[in-house]
Write a protein that binds this ligand. Structure first.
Ligand code: ZN
Length: 498
């Protein structure tokens, strides 16, 4: 066990260095560093892969399994060994050559996508997408014991989830959202406050204030500018957030920062004893996304928090938001709009953007849809689900980076994260009866402490299913999310949508 822990510690160190190189590449690195950085990342990723899949690692895992004896089923030791076993078994099945081909195709696909998207040229991008799908199929083919090849990919982002589960959740969600959006999207709502001119210095002050409310503490955190915001935890005491500033749309920076801080708090809250073990990283993208969305939407877009936010927004706006009414802010940040672009979509339409991508990537993987037919299939669903006409592929099928970089199976995590967050929220509200008053006074510490106690500190010790069932007593379902959304939209639109 001791020798295994030492080896797992080294693997964890390598993963943290990889994160640091990625962070630097996307924030500080001068463009000229790109070529050398690609080589550094590739080398280090290979070293990590070799360490993890070495015969000696397999022997150490087997020996540790034999040592576990009567230790608790969900205790740290047993779960550390089990997670090491899961990662080892998964990674050892991928031939090094395939891993390298996938890495290269992802990097080439990304670069091709950047150019093709700028030129609105789907045909130029199609061969790269075909290549990524072919490799994804080959990757899925390395595993047996999965009912559907898509489940292999899904498991990399939402461990343990299957397309049977996701398909059932998404069918429910689509059935609820489509008529709700039909009812609301055409209604007049004043959103002028969102596009008021907001000086960048003021936005920076606003973001700093809100992050400090969330628990951003100088010694363990950094915030930097980037083009595509993200958060990364290098260690529990070294969390890096990023955001970007739009002069005529303050929600980009503010809600983006609250979202990334949600990821950061999760990482910073992992029990220090799990550091340098496989449990000290957050393996589930779905659960990780539930935590960012919880802060961004359930806190950030609530009426209570808008009461705390409005005076601060006004104070930092240098006059452009004088007399801002919290109710007007609340209504504006929750307006339902038929949206073309996923990352700009409101909380209500967002799920349909994800469902559409999930359906299409499964068809592509199964060979039931050819890449050449993809734009047409995309546009048809956009019309059917969201009532939106797609003017050009750059703003349609080519809007997201994921498929170009070989990330197939990733999208469902976003919508599942929303469902998890809403289900947790009902429990949180019951446990923290003063929550509304606390949010209105920007007292976020009780909420953060609840999340730390029930979620953050566990790292990856418990599966998504275990965590959610322990906290809420129920498996994941769509109902809490719809209850939450209908209640909120009833207030926003002053209608009875229950
Ligand atoms: Zn996120």
């Amino acid at each position: 066990m001791k020798r295994l822990q030492a080896r797992l510690g080294e693997i964890s160190d390598l993963e943290q260095v990889l994160s640091l190189l990625h962070w630097d590449q996307n924030t500080m690195m001068p463009a000229g560093g790109g070529r050398a950085r690609a080589a550094q990342l590739a080398t280090l990723a290979r070293v990590r892969h070799e360490r993890l899949t070495a015969a000696e690692t397999g022997e150490l895992i087997a020996a540790a399994e034999a040592e576990l004896g009567e230790l608790a089923e969900d205790g740290v030791e047993r779960r550390t060994v089990a997670e090491a076993r899961r990662l080892y078994d998964k990674e050892a099945r991928i031939p090094a050559e395939l891993a390298e081909q996938m890495a290269r195709a992802a990097s080439e696909g990304y670069q091709l996508w950047v150019g093709a998207r700028a030129e609105n040229d789907f045909r130029a991008y199609a061969p790269a997408l075909e290549r990524n799908i072919e490799l994804a199929r080959e990757y899925a083919g390395c595993f047996d014991g999965y009912a559907d090849p898509y489940d292999v990919l899904l498991d990399d982002y939402a461990p343990g989830m299957t397309s049977v589960q996701v398909g059932a959740l998404f069918a429910d969600l689509r059935g609820e959202l489509v008529p709700l959006i039909d009812t609301l999207a055409g209604r007049e709502l004043d959103t002028a406050v969102l596009s008021a001119r907001y000086p960048e210095a003021g936005q920076r002050a606003l973001v700093a204030k809100v992050l400090s409310w969330q628990g951003f503490e100088g010694r363990a955190w950094r915030l930097d500018d980037t083009v595509h915001p993200f958060a990364t935890g290098i260690s529990v005491a070294d969390v890096r957030l990023t955001t970007r500033y739009e002069p005529d749309y303050f929600p980009t920076a503010l809600y983006g920062a609250m979202h990334e801080c949600g990821h950061g708090l999760y990482h910073a809250g992992i029990a220090p004893g799990l550091e340098r073990t496989p449990l000290g990283a957050i393996r589930s993208y779905a659960f990780n996304e539930s935590q960012s969305r919880l802060w961004e939407n359930l806190v950030g877009r609530s009426l209570s928090f808008c009461r705390a936010l409005a005076p601060e927004l006004e104070r930092c706006s240098q006059g452009s938001l004088a007399g801002l009414d919290p109710m007007a802010l609340f209504r504006a940040v929750n307006a339902v709009r038929r949206s073309l672009i996923r990352i700009e979509a409101d909380e209500t339409t967002y799920g349909l953007h994800v469902i559409l991508r999930y359906e299409l990537e499964r068809l592509l993987l199964h060979g039931e849809l050819a890449v050449a037919q993809l734009p047409e299939a995309w546009n048809l669903r956009m019309r059917e689900y969201l009532g939106v006409e797609v003017p050009r592929d750059a703003d349609g099928v080519m809007q997201d980076v994921h498929w170009s970089a070989g990330s197939i199976g990733y999208f469902p995590s976003y919508a599942i994260g929303n469902l998890i967050a809403a289900q947790l929220w009902e429990r949180i509200r019951a446990d923290l009866p003063e929550l509304d008053e606390q949010l209105a006074r920007h007292e976020l510490v009780p909420l953060r402490d609840w999340l730390r106690e029930h979620i953050y500190r566990h790292g990856s010790r418990l599966s998504d299913d275990e965590l959610l069932t322990r906290i809420t007593g129920e498996p994941l379902s769509v109902a809490p999310f719809m209850r939450y959304l209908r209640a909120k939209l009833s207030d926003v639109y002053q209608l009875d949508l229950a």
